[in-house]
Design a binder for this molecule. Structure first.
Ligand SMILES: [Mg+2]
Length: 315
């Protein structure tokens, strides 16, 4: 098969209704540890990379940063189906890959060996894979490639950049942590803080208190996740959502809470850190994924073994 061919492989996983499912697209380097292979690609070129992947076709890849997140959404699906075998509102995970179909076999084998429920594998070779996000109704795109993440955000799809890191294995309850400004919310207050300082930003928040903040890049995904969350009650929920923001609760908490209320987005727990490092609280929460636009926060989370995803604000 020619390298440029687009190949979509449907596995035997039960098909989900794309109109009702919450579709998450992950790239191969987000879900598996392909750093060694990526080095081969960069240093020796594509042919050597393909050869390496074919030679190792039956050797399972190690989990990557988004692996635990994918496992956790799968376990939420199991819980939802236990409650209602006819449930249509499930998570649907697809793999979008710039691998050619020839080198993709190892990816499919690895997913199978790890017991991952991936409904579609899309091997789109060197094309811009983000053009398929809207076609597949994707609500969250996780990639290890900054250009792809920026393209997805420009297409209006919630997206974040994954770095290869050592992660701890969290519990099965799906835990997702969002930062506030420039992630759930727009960066309007961040910009005032950067340009004019904290006092002006606090003043601005006071004046704007009754006005909900603008939409941030992860709002769409958070709303869909919120709908999934509502399928469970307060007790024994399989999903738990968190806001961990650098805002201070006293001066800047009210507008954040009012905005979430206005959006109808119920978050289980909110932490207003007043500029304190986020690592310690993230260590307590043990989320499967933490979204933030600040590299220092991402670094703090990585140091604590928390799977982190950067939402770039300078695309
Ligand atoms: Mg932020």
């Amino acid at each position: 098969m020619a390298d440029s061919a687009n190949t979509i492989v449907n596995t035997s996983v039960r098909q989900k209704d794309p109109n009702e499912a919450l579709v998450i697209a992950v790239t191969t380097r987000a879900i598996f540890n392909l750093e060694k292979e990526h080095e081969i690609f960069l240093a020796k070129g594509k042919d050597e990379y393909v050869k390496h992947q074919q030679d190792n076709e039956n050797i399972s890849l190690e989990p990557g940063t988004a692996f635990a997140f994918v496992q956790a959404v799968q376990s939420v699906n199991e819980k939802l189906l236990e409650r209602n075998p006819e449930e249509k509102g499930l998570f649907d995970v697809i793999v979008l890959s710039n691998n050619s179909p020839e080198s993709g076999m190892r990816i499919i084998n690895s997913a199978k060996q790890h017991g991952l429920e991936i409904s579609k594998f899309c091997f789109v070779s060197e094309e811009d894979s983000t053009q398929y996000l809207k076609t597949h109704n994707v609500k969250l795109f996780l990639s290890a490639d900054r250009t792809d993440v920026c393209k997805a955000l420009q297409r209006g799809v919630s997206a974040a950049l994954i770095f290869q890191q050592e992660i701890q294995a969290p519990s099965t309850q799906l835990r997702v942590v969002f930062d506030g400004d420039a992630v759930l919310f727009s960066d309007e207050t961040d910009r005032i803080f950067r340009e004019k300082g904290l006092e002006e930003a606090v003043q601005y928040e006071k004046i704007m208190e009754a006005v909900p903040m603008g939409d941030g890049p992860l709002k769409a995904f958070a709303l869909h996740l919120g709908k999934m969350r509502k399928k469970f009650g307060q007790e024994e929920s399989s999903i738990r959502t968190y806001l961990v923001t650098a805002r201070s609760g006293r001066d800047m908490g009210i507008r954040a809470i009012k905005t979430l209320r206005e959006w109808g987005l119920a978050i289980d727990e909110a932490f207003f850190m007043d500029g304190a490092p986020k690592g310690p609280i993230l260590s307590k929460i043990q989320p499967h994924i933490f979204f933030d636009d600040g590299l220092h926060n991402i670094q703090g989370a990585k140091d604590a073994g928390i799977p982190s995803a950067l939402v770039p604000c300078d695309c």
